[in-house]
Design a protein around this ligand. Structure first.
Ligand code: JFZ
Length: 424
């Protein structure tokens, strides 16, 4: 099982940087994708937005271009989020984009556009469905109007929900060409694993799309026994771990210390879905450093955008992506195909590594030479990645003051300025 996971995730562990897209009806109220739950909206309240959903400026080719220009090589779109609204023409519900003024199968257009740009494509699919009449409530966080524990214990009704949920996944797996990622979300409390009929679901997935990779959210993250973190993952434990809004301090390994493929997902501001008043954007510098941090720990970054109700990625998001892309064009070699260096984190930044090439990401400008601690005698040559210029590797003039140190240095030629990448 682990060997197959390693094979299936080869491209994923190479590519390192993807675009997450949270988009749906919730872009209209523009207060994030949990708005219906947080604001205690009834199905009827929410229907107002469904009835007017018409993203006239939806141009997935522009999204694909933005992703590619940012240096991203894969993408994941919310085909259906917790509100249950499908961005595709599902035969198992009327709650879908083709039944709104929009009238388009948004998922199909998305897949065509991103594939055309040469990007790998994935779909997010919510295990939770606030609209389906047979889906039980999840405390009062999901839908207080249906917060009814007895309902939750009605297995037949829940089975009817699962039939529909599986049928929709089947539609996506069979009607939309080759998919590279299936991103389920999420499990909680006892709502996990076989509660979703996960073995059956996973069997179907592997039957129709043997090469697809699946996240680990068919089970609650951190569950003991059978999880992706354990020595013996379940059949439905998935191919990669999905830490959210956090970069695991030590990367992710199993009980035996073997690396587990992982992908941190991260918002650009503080919301996944479009939130008109959320201006708390991360800078390009922060995004680049977080990407480097992920790669330095053998992980990926799935960076989110939340397009607006008209179908456009917010301008602030685009400008960050553009800046990240400019850096990636010059320094992408230190990201793609790279991973952990097997060295302690240096004082001034982070290392990534590909084979015998070590990439030093200098976050903090040094005074004098940059210390490559522990690499004494091993560095053959050093180049600035951005422009290919030579960097001197030598012991600093005062190395004799540190007789026990094994460090080597990027020496600064005495009368020249040492050029640091300006984004870092
Ligand atoms: C989930 C969604 O609820 C959210 O809207 C977004 O799509 C995000 C990517 O995923 O958020 C979660 C899922 C799981 C946990 C927390 C937030 N969890 O297990 O703690």
């Amino acid at each position: 099982m682990i060997r197959q996971r390693t094979e299936r995730t080869e491209w994923f562990r190479h590519d390192r940087f993807g675009m997450f897209i949270h988009w749906g009806i919730y872009a209209i109220p523009a207060r994030g994708e949990w708005v219906r739950s947080f604001e205690r909206m009834s199905d009827q309240d929410y229907q107002t937005y469904v009835d007017e959903f018409n993203p006239e400026r939806y141009d997935p080719k522009a999204w694909a271009k933005a992703a590619k220009d940012a240096g991203m090589t894969y993408t994941v779109l919310t085909a259906k989020h917790h509100d249950g609204f499908c961005l595709f023409d599902s035969k198992h519900t009327t709650y879908k984009s083709t039944n709104t003024p929009c009238g388009r199968d948004l998922v199909r257009e998305f897949l065509d556009a991103f594939r055309e740009e040469g990007l790998k494509v994935g779909l997010y699919f919510s295990l939770i469905d606030w609209h389906h009449p047979d889906f039980p409530a999840y405390g009062d966080r999901i839908h207080p109007m249906r917060d009814d524990e007895s309902f939750r214990r009605d297995p037949e009704r829940f089975d009817a929900y699962l039939d529909d949920m599986h049928a929709q996944v089947r539609e996506l797996l069979t009607g939309y060409g080759k998919l590279d990622i299936m991103w389920f979300d999420f499990s909680y409390d006892d709502m996990r694993g076989e509660k979703w009929r996960a073995t059956e679901l996973m069997t179907m997935i592997r039957e129709f799309q043997p090469q697809i990779i699946v996240d680990n959210r068919l089970e609650a993250s951190g569950e003991e026994g059978g999880s992706i973190y354990s020595r013996t993952p379940s059949f439905f434990s998935g191919d990669f771990a999905s830490p959210e809004q956090i970069i695991p301090p030590q990367g992710i390994t199993d009980e035996d210390g073997r690396p587990i493929p992982w992908e941190a997902c991260m918002t650009l501001n503080n919301n996944w879905g479009y939130a008109a008043n959320d201006h708390a954007y991360k800078s390009a510098k922060t995004v680049i450093r977080k990407l480097v941090e992920c790669v330095s720990k053998n992980g990926n970054l799935l960076l989110n955008v939340g397009p607006d109700a008209k179908g456009e990625i917010p301008r602030r998001s685009l400008s960050v992506l553009t800046e990240v892309g400019a850096w990636m064009r010059r320094n992408g070699e230190s990201i793609y195909g790279c991973g952990e260096a097997g060295l302690d984190k240096p004082e001034w930044g982070r290392y990534t590594r590909k084979g015998d090439k070590l990439y030093a990401h200098i976050f903090e400008e040094s005074v004098g030479p940059v210390n490559l601690s522990g690499l004494g005698g091993q560095v053959k040559k050093a180049r600035l990645l951005e422009d290919g210029s030579e960097l001197f590797v030598s012991r600093p003039w005062n190395a004799k003051l540190y007789p026990n140190d094994e460090f080597f240095n990027f020496a600064q030629p005495e009368h020249f300025t040492y050029p640091l990448p300006d984004e870092l």
